[in-house]
Each structure stands twice: as structure tokens, then as C-alpha cells.
Design a protein. Sequence first.
Length: 98
Amino acid sequence: MIRVTRLNGEQFALNPDLIERVEGHPDTVVFLVDGTRYVVSESVDDVLLGIREYRASILATAYEMDRGTYRPAASVAAADVEDDAEGAVLPFPAREER
């Protein structure tokens, strides 16, 4: 999810996978695939940067999970308090090198 701001200052999260296009009239308008439109205070470039960072974070997390080094922030804190594997995220098995 990316965080955007309505013109009245209210922040909300938007699923970037549902964004069809972003236009910069005088105001930035985000169009979703279902026809919903949001006018936001961020510039078109800021919205695009948020989408890019969101997608990059997914790829980075997948890479960490594949290498077995992924530890989400909530799990790190929970692991310090309690060493319980129930509900923990398990890494993908390591791939064999070809």
C-alpha cells in the first residue's frame, strides 16, 4: 500500500496494483481500474515514486525470503520476547546453484 493525502489533509492508503493511471491537471488525480478517482495533494512524480518503492519492497522481501534472511519487524520483536515458531514466517528453501 502507498500512503497518499487528500486535499483536506486526511491520509489514506491506496493499493498501487489497482491504479490505472495518474494525471496531473492542476491537481493530481489517481484513477483506479474500477473507475474510482482520488484527488491527492502529492505530485504525479511522488505517487509514481511511492508505487516504485512499494514494488521494490515486495521484490526485496521476496529476495530475503528466498535467501532465508527475512525477519519482519513484528517477528523480530516477538522473537525477542518469546521463542515460539507457531505463526512465524518460514523462509523458502534455498535454491540449488546451477
